[in-house]
Design a protein. Structure first.
Length: 400
């Protein structure tokens, strides 16, 4: 679960120390400076000789390797950081390059980006298959179709590029144009489709009605998720539904404050949403502000990939006996990561809080237990889990 800067006060000293550690490490690597003496000068205490050992190894390679340019200094720093952080807490504390930070901010946090409005599978053999064409997007207007295979962007082959590199070429300033060369089944030759880029709001909410039940599926917690969910709730209310089933299966989370806003939709004011606990045991309690838009019967469907912000929402509503949890035990991510931007545009996310449900339950690596277990058969041809959840709501909650 992520915390945005505008919602939480930064400790400037902490940011300075983190940035300084990286800068000092870079200086030591690039210029052969004595890392320990520099760290001492700035009041940073290195617990052991590990960093000095790393510096020495780098220096020996630079001085004695047959190819003096075999080791790129910037790449060495990047690799050292990436090699260190996975051992902190299993990958939750993490580092992003400038490009990765920009991509993550747009696609996962803001839920908006400037591009054409497609989602693709990872490239294979110089072809990247279009998996989703967003409704109302520039790509849809220009005739791009699901299962089209992109082979070039603006006349340049994508062979050898990563998915992130390809997406970076497709995206660009709104109003500019990009030409995709695609292979389409049934077409004898590649097609060139020119698309004018626009601002794309990632659709994270889908909804439909099954009789008297409104079903709302949400796949992530972005900045735009609360408003999209609000619109979905209002839409199913117009259909005179008697209950809502909120499908959070495989929703890996996102922004904490989006989860806060969403819990607000279902609870009155001054109710505990989540308890955040820092390394010193200090507790910060987040509460609702009173924005209820649905007070009718509510069920939440979870699976083993429902995590983080999904568990904040489900845990709060379960503890307040406001929702019935259906499905499977959730993933169990009970930590909060705070971003620390670095001067070059890269970013460090540090696990800074554990969170507890309103009743004080620690779900980290345990998950939330459903009130009623519904499993999805491995080889089911239909979404049997959803069907059983709808049946439960209809028969047990609405008693029909």
């Amino acid at each position: 679960m992520e915390v945005r800067q505008r919602y939480y006060r930064r400790r400037r000293s902490s940011l300075g120390i983190i940035a300084l550690v990286l800068v000092v490490f870079s200086v030591g690597v690039l210029f052969g400076a004595n890392l320990r003496s520099i760290a001492h000068r700035f009041g940073i205490h290195l617990v052991d000789n590990s960093f000095a050992k790393l510096e020495a190894i780098y220096s020996w390679v630079k001085q004695h390797h047959v190819d003096p340019d075999a080791l790129d200094p910037l790449r060495a720093v990047e690799d050292a950081i990436r090699g260190m952080l996975p051992h902190v807490d299993g990958g939750y504390t993490r580092y992003e390059s400038a490009e990765e930070a920009k991509e993550f901010t747009q696609s996962t946090l803001e839920g908006k980006y400037s591009g054409v409005g497609i989602q693709s599978k990872p490239p294979v053999g110089g072809e990247m298959e279009v998996e989703i064409v967003f409704r109302g997007s520039p790509a849809e207007a220009s005739g791009v179709k699901v299962r089209d295979k992109i082979i070039a962007v603006d006349g340049q082959t994508i062979m050898g590029l990563t998915q992130m590199e390809i997406n970076s070429r497709i995206r660009g300033e709104a109003g500019t144009e990009v030409t995709l060369t695609i292979l389409r089944e049934g077409e004898p030759a590649p097609l060139n489709i020119t698309i004018r880029r626009g601002i794309i709001t990632l659709p994270v909410v889908d909804y439909w009605v099954d009789g008297e039940i409104g079903i709302i599926a949400m796949n992530r917690f972005t900045e735009t998720a609360p408003e999209q969910l609000r619109e979905a709730i209002e839409a199913v209310k117009q259909k005179q539904v008697e209950a809502i089933l909120l499908d959070l299966r495989s929703n890996g989370g996102g922004l904490l404050y989006s989860a806060q806003e969403i819990v607000d939709f279902f609870l009155p004011a001054d109710q505990v949403i989540v308890r955040q606990v820092d390394r010193y045991g200090n507790e910060q309690i987040l509460k609702t502000t009173g924005g209820t838009i649905w007070d009718g019967p509510l069920a939440i469907l979870l699976n083993g990939a429902s995590a983080s912000a999904s568990e904040v929402v489900a845990g709060a509503l379960q503890d307040h006996k406001r929702a019935v949890l259906l499905g499977e035990v959730s993933f169990g991510k009970g930590t909060v990561q705070v971003p620390y931007p670095l001067p070059d545009g890269s970013r460090l996310w540090i696990t800074q809080y554990r969170y507890l449900t309103p009743a004080g339950q620690d779900i980290h690596e345990k998950g939330l237990s459903p009130d009623y277990v519904i499993e999805q058969p491995e080889k089911a041809q239909v979404d049997e889990q959803l069907q059983q959840a709808v049946k439960y709501v209809r028969e047990k909650m609405l008693q029909k």
